[in-house]
Design a protein around this ligand. Structure first.
Ligand SMILES: NC(=O)C1=CN([C@@H]2O[C@H](COP(=O)(O)OP(=O)(O)OC[C@H]3O[C@@H](n4cnc5c(N)ncnc54)[C@H](OP(=O)(O)O)[C@@H]3O)[C@@H](O)[C@H]2O)C=CC1
Ligand SMILES: CC(C)CCC[C@@H](C)[C@H]1CC[C@H]2[C@@H]3C(=O)C=C4C[C@@H](O)CC[C@]4(C)[C@H]3CC[C@]12C
Length: 312
């Protein structure tokens, strides 16, 4: 027992202190000066606040969402706040061709890309799953496949700049939340994809960071309206601070961030960490990479428009 007290408890204390110690002290807003950033879902809510923070920090911005009138107001405000440049591209992320076009147009507008902030979601309300598969597919297109499409289109540029991808997710992408089955599925899918892609990039020695943001309830109009009839006693956290934490996480290249405080506990899943580590140990990276180089069919590793993707 005494041994336990002398070794295990201090070790646990140190581990927890390391895990929960705020690292945002290193963040300086100049880090964003002149950086080229795409923000999706920026016409309102958290995305709009992300755009305003980035504007104050002097970044170049391309913002996107469906509602042109709102986006025009957002970029006007961004220019007032000090953005190096600000453009909007309006359209729906249900259309994956549009999703890819946003990245291609942003490249033309800004001449490259340092950070891709994926934040948009289909408007969702709390309800029982009613068997509507077409609706679920639509949610998957907007909340998941458009993210992957934009990521895939942006990878060559981000590789060039050692850039960052920031994926806005939710507590509902880490724990099950009844009445939100479809939404929750799209957010779990993001964790599965981006947490795997992060390791693949490391294996290929590609220096692109991926930050997954686990958010609890935030005081955006749509969120507050959606939960008003179903949940009580939940105090939403402010979207302005939330937006800043998301940017800080991306700039500091953290793998996961949580906001407000309570979802932090969801980031600590030792069994998952240990199992992922052991799986990783079993991959023969050098052998696999050599095989990749010698593949008879290099087409497989190229994008649709045949620009090389990630072959090191
Ligand atoms: N607020 C909260 O409590 C929580 C939010 N989150 C996450 O934070 C992120 C932002 O949430 P929040 O700010 O509340 O969301 P909002 O509903 O306030 O904003 C959603 C944004 O996405 C855009 N959008 C909606 N549909 C489409 C579409 N089909 N194509 C392109 N853009 C679209 C909207 O603009 P427009 O209608 O003009 O297209 C808007 O700009 C999301 O990823 C969400 O999952 C996570 C946990 C909690
Ligand atoms: C331990 C528990 C107290 C945690 C409960 C957390 C619950 C209440 C939090 C965690 C994630 C939150 C949802 C979310 O991620 C995004 C949206 C989309 C928005 O348009 C409408 C609101 C909605 C559904 C949020 C509703 C509230 C949720 C379920």
């Amino acid at each position: 027992m005494a041994l336990l007290k002398m070794t295990f408890l201090p070790a646990l204390g140190l581990l927890l202190a390391y895990y929960f110690y705020p690292t945002t002290d290193n963040f300086r807003s100049e880090m964003l000066q002149g950086k080229r950033v795409i923000v999706t879902g920026a016409s309102t809510g958290i995305g709009e606040q992300i755009a305003y923070h980035l504007a104050r920090m002097g970044a170049h911005l391309v913002v996107t969402a469906r509602t042109e009138a709102k986006l025009k107001k957002v970029i006007a405000e961004c220019l007032k706040l000090g953005a190096a440049s600000a453009h909007f591209i309006s359209g729906t992320m249900e259309d994956l061709v549009f999703a890819e076009q946003v990245v291609i147009k942003a490249e033309k507008l800004m001449g490259g890309l340092d950070m891709l902030i994926l934040n948009h979601i289909e408007h969702s309300s709390l309800d029982y799953f009613n068997g509507d598969i077409a609706r679920l597919r639509k949610s998957m297109d907007i909340n998941f496949f458009s993210y992957i499409t934009m990521t895939s289109a942006a990878l060559p540029m981000l590789k060039h700049t050692n850039g960052s991808i920031v994926v806005v997710s939710s507590v509902a992408g880490k724990i099950t939340i009844p009445l939100l089955a479809g939404y929750s599925a799209t957010k779990f899918a993001l964790d599965g994809f981006y947490s795997s892609l992060r390791v693949e990039l490391q294996m290929m020695k590609v220096n692109i960071s991926i930050t997954l943001c686990i958010l609890g309830l935030i005081d955006t109009d749509n969120a507050v309206k959606a939960i008003s009839e179903v949940m009580e006693n939940l105090i939403p956290a402010p979207k302005e601070e939330c937006a800043l934490k998301i940017i800080e996480g991306g700039v500091l290249r953290q793998e996961e961030i949580a906001y407000p405080f309570f979802p932090k506990f969801l980031l600590w899943n030792p069994i998952r960490m240990i199992m992922e580590y052991f799986y990783f140990l079993n991959i023969k990276i050098d052998k696999f990479n050599r095989k990749l180089f010698m593949k008879e069919n290099p087409q497989q590793y190229k994008r649709v428009d045949s620009r090389p993707l990630l072959v090191p």
